[in-house]
Ligand binder design. Structure first.
Ligand code: FES
Length: 70
């Protein structure tokens, strides 16, 4: 398996390359369609489909632009 990559999107979600497993607090797998190349996890708190991003960050006016240190 290749190394998982997580990209912090400007003003949006965490984009995570598949394959990846997402578990709930009880250790149960959340369904992720097999054909997905990546998933997006909400980091704004406004998604109605947590932990996944549903695009609500735009209407919520979420702003965050993370940059790695130079
Ligand atoms: S980051 Fe997209 S809905 Fe929260």
């Amino acid at each position: 398996m290749s190394q998982t990559k997580i990209t912090v999107r400007d003003n949006g979600p965490l984009l995570i390359t598949c394959p990846v497993e997402v578990l709930d607090a009880e250790g149960k797998l959340l369904p992720i369609p097999a054909e997905k190349a990546a998933i997006a996890l909400c980091r704004c708190g406004a998604s109605a489909n947590k932990p996944f991003c549903d695009g609500a960050h735009r209407a919520a006016g979420f702003t965050s632009a993370v940059r790695a240190p130079q």
